[in-house]
Structure formats: structure tokens, C-alpha cells
Write a protein that binds this ligand. Structure first.
Ligand code: HEM
Ligand SMILES: *[C@@H]1O[C@H](CO)[C@@H](O)[C@H](O)[C@H]1NC(C)=O
Ligand SMILES: *[C@@H]1O[C@H](CO)[C@@H](O)[C@H](O)[C@H]1NC(C)=O
Length: 318
């Protein structure tokens, strides 16, 4: 086949393969020779962090989501702002909200001590997110590795590419679609809100203005989230068990007890109702679909080969 035709064929294949979550260049055995203890170092770092504060499992999972949705899982969210560099940490969805950076830094220090200049921060975050879920009782999955770290970050891309809690179902679906994820992936991945906390400012409009909410639930939440003030007061995303990964989240949606507007959009008379109902009844279906969707999300646009770098300190470009 000619060069021209070969190029076209390559592009077509990439559209097929690259968007299906199969990323030829990532591999579960990537560090088997170069850093054989990587997985146990990350696991024990996360065990220590979650032991100290169970919510940290949730916070690290969210960091990974916010990394992957902004130009791929490339560790860009980990870059700190400086006088001359504006990164993603102060974008609207992250400012005063994204947390757990010090946990990744501590794990990175241990990884560097064992395998100098070898393992990317992006891969450490991918492993740590999985381990946090497992430590809180969720499913496990294989993490393909070999991502490299970005040398840049974009505050404006973080503002425009991370979905907002005010989104309606069609906005949520198109946000995920633009990352190669389906509506079903959206519904499964939103089950991450079975763990962790949200601030009053994130759910105030939902508990005061929306009508698709259980009245005693909204009254209960309003007690610690006043109409004005208390912006950073916390409430669990999952009413019953915020430190236990399970399918309560979906049971809450079915009974109109979703905390975020975007959560309740998944069960509000639309296309995802049936799937939400199934996950609410069948925790096993949720666990396996969640794991599969995490593998897909973890494959979004990685830097591989000679792109990017292996950062020595996750907070700054080498
Ligand atoms: C579907 C669109 C999504 C929206 C609109 C959304 C929005 C939010 C918001 C507003 C918060 C609370 C932030 C705060 O008040 O400080 C939150 C927390 C959280 N989100 Fe999402 N999220 C979405 C999807 C996801 C996905 C796909 C994941 C992971 C796979 C995820 C994981 C989490 C976790 C674990 C927390 C709790 C973090 C903590 O306690 O530190 N979210 N999300
Ligand atoms: C969802 O929000 C978008 C943007 O505000 C709006 O154009 C659209 O009509 C909304 N869709 C539904 C079904 O409400
Ligand atoms: C409720 O909706 C009204 C009208 O859109 C708006 O002015 C008000 O700020 C909203 N209240 C909250 C708590 O979001």
C-alpha cells in the first residue's frame, strides 16, 4: 500500500483503536524490570493515607478523573502554580476543592528512592486511584502503565473540560462523549460519588431550587448548608456510607436523594434511569462496569514514547 494510503489507513485505525480504550503503548508490565516494587510502594503509601483519613481514597480518585479529563492522563493537574506558571490547580473545579497532592508527592518520593527517574507521576496517580477504591471496599482492575508526564498544564482547558455539577444530562453525556466515553460509562463512573464529600457551594442550588429531590433530604441538607454563608461546609456525596465503596449512591438516586444536581440528572426520567435502577439493585453489575469504565478513562490521551518527560517532582516540570 502506498505511503498516502498507509497514512489514511493508520488514521482510520487510530480512530477505531484509540477511541476504544485500547492503547497499544500502555502495558501492565511496563515497569516490571525497571521498577519491580512500584505497585507495592504505591499500595502501602495509599494504605497509610487512607488509614489516616478514609476520605483520601475519594480525593485521589477525583484527582485522577480531573487529570484525565484535561488533555489526557498526563499528570498535568499535579503541577503547582508559580509566579511564572499557571496550571490547573486554581481552575474553578479544582480551586479549594482538589486535594491529596501531598499524598502523591510522598509516594513519588518513595518511588524515586527505589527507582530513580523512572516512573511518571501520571502512572503513580493512576495506580493510587485504583488502590484508594480497593482500600474502601471497591472493585479492582489492572492498570496499564507507561504514561509520561506533561510539561504543560492549562487552566482554561480545566475550566472548560471538567463537567460541572450544574450540567443537565445531555451536557454530561456530551462531556463524556468528547473523551471517548459513553453515556453508560458516565453513569458507571458517577458511582465514584459513593465515596467522598462535597462542599455546600457545589450542591446549594440543588437542595434549594430543584424539585426532583426528596423534601426531607433537602431539609436535612439545608441545615448545614445555609442559603448564604457556609460555602465550604461538607456533606457526604453518599448519604449512608461515604467511606465505603458500594452501590448506595444509585439507591439514593432512585429515592431522589442525589446530592449534586448532576447526580440526580442520571435518574430524572431520562435515558439513564434504567441503568441507575439496575445498579441500585445489583452491586456486582455496578462494580464490574465501574472497573471497566475506569480502564477506559485511564486510557484517555496518554503521552508515551518520547513525548513529555518523567517528572522528578510531581509539582514541577524538570
Ligand atoms: C459526571 C460528572 C461529574 C461531576 C459534575 C462531578 C462533580 C463533583 C463535585 C462538584 C464534587 C464536590 C467538590 C467539592 O464540593 O469540593 C465532586 C466530588 C467527587 N467526585 Fe465528582 N463529578 C463528576 C464525575 C466524577 C467521576 C467520573 C469521578 C471519578 C471516577 C468523580 C469522583 C469524585 C469523588 C471521589 C469526589 C469526592 C472527593 C473528595 O471527597 O475529596 N466524580 N464531584
Ligand atoms: C441542557 O442544557 C443546555 C445548555 O444550557 C440546553 O441548551 C439544553 O436545552 C438542556 N437540555 C435539556 C434536555 O434540558
Ligand atoms: C434559585 O433560582 C433563582 C432563579 O434562577 C436564583 O436567583 C437563585 O440564586 C437560586 N438559588 C440558589 C440557592 O441557587
Amino acid at each position: 500500500m502506498g505511503l498516502r494510503l498507509g497514512l489514511v489507513f493508520g488514521i482510520v485505525m487510530c480512530v477505531v483503536v484509540c477511541s476504544s480504550g485500547v492503547h497499544g503503548q500502555l502495558s501492565t508490565s511496563f515497569y516490571d524490570q525497571s521498577c519491580p516494587n512500584l505497585q507495592s510502594i504505591v499500595r502501602s503509601g495509599m494504605a497509610q493515607a487512607v488509614n489516616r483519613e478514609p476520605r483520601m481514597g475519594a480525593s485521589i480518585l477525583r484527582l485522577f478523573f480531573h487529570d484525565c479529563f484535561v488533555n489526557g492522563c498526563d499528570g498535568s493537574i499535579l503541577l503547582d502554580d508559580t509566579a511564572t506558571f499557571t496550571g490547573e490547580q486554581n481552575a474553578g473545579p479544582n480551586r479549594n476543592s482538589a486535594r491529596g497532592f501531598e499524598v502523591i508527592d510522598a509516594i513519588k518520593a518513595k518511588v524515586e528512592a527505589a527507582c530513580q527517574a523512572t516512573v511518571s507521576c501520571a502512572d503513580i496517580l493512576a495506580l493510587a486511584a485504583r488502590d484508594g477504591v480497593v482500600l474502601l471496599g471497591g472493585p479492582t482492575w489492572q492498570v496499564a502503565l507507561g504514561r509520561r508526564d506533561s510539561k504543560t498544564a492549562s487552566q482554561s482547558d480545566a475550566n472548560s473540560q471538567i463537567p460541572q455539577p450544574s450540567f443537565n444530562l445531555s451536557e454530561l453525556i456530551s462531556s463524556f462523549f468528547s473523551k471517548g466515553l459513553t453515556a453508560g460509562d458516565l453513569t458507571a463512573l458517577s458511582g465514584a460519588h459513593t465515596i467522598g464529600q462535597a462542599q455546600c457551594r457545589s450542591f446549594r442550588a440543588h437542595i434549594y431550587n430543584d424539585t426532583n429531590i426528596n423534601p426531607s433530604f433537602s431539609a436535612f441538607r439545608q441545615r448545614s448548608c445555609p442559603l448564604s454563608g457556609g460555602d465550604s461546609n461538607l456533606a457526604p456525596l453518599d448519604l449512608q456510607t461515604p467511606n465505603r465503596f458500594g452501590n448506595n449512591y444509585y439507591q439514593n438516586l432512585v429515592s431522589s436523594r442525589g446530592l449534586l444536581h448532576s447526580d440526580q440528572e442520571l435518574f430524572n426520567g431520562g435515558s439513564q434511569d434504567e441503568l441507575v435502577r439496575r445498579y441500585s439493585r445489583n452491586g456486582g453489575d455496578f462494580a464490574s462496569d465501574f472497573a471497566a469504565a475506569m480502564v477506559k478513562m485511564a486510557g484517555i490521551g496518554p503521552l508515551t514514547g518520547n513525548s513529555g518527560e518523567i517528572r522528578l517532582n510531581c509539582g514541577k516540570v524538570n
